[in-house]
Design a protein around this ligand. Sequence first.
Ligand SMILES: [Cu+2]
Length: 96
Amino acid sequence: MKKIALLSLLSVPLLSIVSLTAFAKPQTITLEVPNMNCVTCPFTVKKALQNVDGVSKAEVTFENKLAVVTFDDEKTTVKALTEATTNAGYPSRVKE
Ligand SMILES: [Cu+2]
């Protein structure tokens, strides 16, 4: 009975993600990406960020020119993230 309850809990997507990252140290930062000048730019920036090892989530919005990135600080650094967007043609900096 206990086992069944546990399995049904794990099938909830959010809880599955939490259990997978239980031993990592996820950090979330917001980057300013001022060079984004049209609605397709965020896709390029998002792809560049997601290609960085350790990045679990990247939400990029054109309207406010921000990228919210969740990453494992044991696998990557903020510098690697800003470099990734810069290499894709979109220099970024950490939003204060
Ligand atoms: Cu564009």
